[in-house]
Design a protein around this ligand. Structure first.
Ligand code: NAD
Ligand code: TYD
Length: 351
């Protein structure tokens, strides 16, 4: 079996669902169920003996050691993290605890377990660390996309904490020989995306008749990748990635935020028009910029393509249409995650 951390979050739950849809190899899913972790994402696995869920914290080293000894996984895929830049600006502490201390405790527990495995199992073992392109910092408009050789230049407490975790993973490979792999992916979108991030927030606000808040001038650029393409890339790196290496994952799909929001409005105008017949674009509202807002991210995923043959299957046009349709088809999921705590966050951030 494999151990997945953070498998009830956005990307982790897509990974768990896709893995178990394609394989009989069991998953031990360790997740603290913070505000962004949601077992409803995994409801279709109820009764599936190949999915073992444990609610727990990756900072709890003895819990992880016990789970490793009991379940004997052949690999760890580490998704668990505090993941929202705006929250990291309001309160960095949780990011330091989970992303740095948590990754450290997880690595320590895994090292203790791995070092006692028989040699063949040690050689076959993998620790795959899921990271972000944000650790590379911000690009000027004409700069080439980030390659794996770019230095780490994080600018937010979130990206700084992820950069620290990348360095720890690297050190555990170089110092202890732990067979690690690191992936640095661009912005994901797709089903089960918590509606505090740009794309789901805009869909949910549009349908609720609320403002669509664009930070600053809306011309910041992100590279967007459909979440299921990210999950396929992780599987491919797990299967064939070279030990100790990092692989960039990206969609070859740079877009300005305002383009993204206009596209969402156009799709919603078509799929669920406003009652008054006007366009959702009328709800676009420019608001104060995010402090330290990175201007541009772009990923060069050539290494992953040339070494491992991965490239995205969805275009942005197909992926974003599927995503909008998923939110239209799943209003219950959305209303269930919009708890009191969610409303408190919106009031704090967008007041
Ligand atoms: P998410 O916030 O949706 O999910 C995070 C999950 O981790 C949640 O289920 C949460 O309950 C769990 N978690 C948080 N703290 C924990 C702890 N201390 N112990 C155990 N579980 C804990 O995040 P996501 O968007 O699914 O991101 C997953 C990973 O992918 C993160 O490491 C993130 O840095 C990385 N990543 C995300 C993106 C993106 O666009 N969302 C892009 C690149 C990389
Ligand atoms: P986000 O989804 O938070 O991802 P990240 O900051 O990790 O890239 O934000 C994506 C982009 O959208 C980013 O440039 C900030 C911007 N943004 C807005 O303009 N308005 C919003 O309400 C949010 C949440 C994000």
């Amino acid at each position: 079996m494999i151990l997945v951390t953070g498998g009830a979050g956005f990307i982790g739950s897509n990974f768990v669902l896709d893995w178990l849809g394609a394989s009989n190899e069991a998953i031990l899913n360790l997740d603290k169920l913070t505000y962004s972790g949601n077992l409803a994402n995994l409801a279709s696995l109820n009764g599936n003996p190949h999915h073992i869920f444990v609610q727990g914290d990756i900072t709890d080293g003895s819990l992880i050691e016990g789970l490793l000894i009991k379940h004997q996984p052949r690999a760890v895929i580490h998704f668990a993290a505090e993941s929202h830049v705006d929250r990291s600006i309001h309160g960095p502490e949780d990011f330091i605890q989970t992303n740095i201390v948590g990754t450290f405790r997880l690595l320590e527990a895994v090292r203790a377990y791995w070092s006692k495995l028989p040699q063949a199992d040690q050689e076959n073992f993998r620790f795959l660390h899921v990271s972000t392109d944000e650790i590379y910092g911000s690009l000027s408009p004409d700069a080439p996309a980030f390659t794996e050789r770019n230095p780490h230049e994080p600018n937010s407490p979130y990206s700084a904490s992820k950069a620290a975790s990348d360095h720890l993973v690297r050190a555990y490979h170089h110092t202890y020989g732990l067979p690690t792999l690191t992936t640095n992916c661009s912005n994901n979108y797709g089903p089960f995306h918590f509606p505090e991030k740009l794309i789901p927030l805009m869909i949910v606000n549009a349908l609720a008749g609320k403002p669509l808040p664009i930070y600053g001038d809306g011309q910041q650029i992100r590279d967007w990748l459909y979440v299921k393409d990210h999950c396929r890339a992780i599987c491919r790196v797990l299967e064939a990635g070279r030990i100790g290496e990092t692989y960039n994952i990206g969609g070859w799909n740079e877009k300005q935020n305002i383009e993204i929001v206009n596209t969402l409005c156009t799709l919603l105008d078509e799929l669920q028009p406003r009652a008054d017949g006007r366009s959702y674009t009328e709800q676009i509202t420019y608001v104060k910029d995010r402090p330290g807002h990175d201007r541009r991210y772009a990923i060069d995923a050539t290494k992953l393509y040339t070494e491992l043959g991965w490239k995205p299957t969805e275009t942005f046009a197909t992926g974003i249409r599927k995503t909008v349709q998923w939110y239209l088809d799943n209003p219950q999921w959305t209303s269930d995650v919009q708890s009191g705590a969610y409303r408190d966050w919106l009031n704090k951030q967008y007041a």
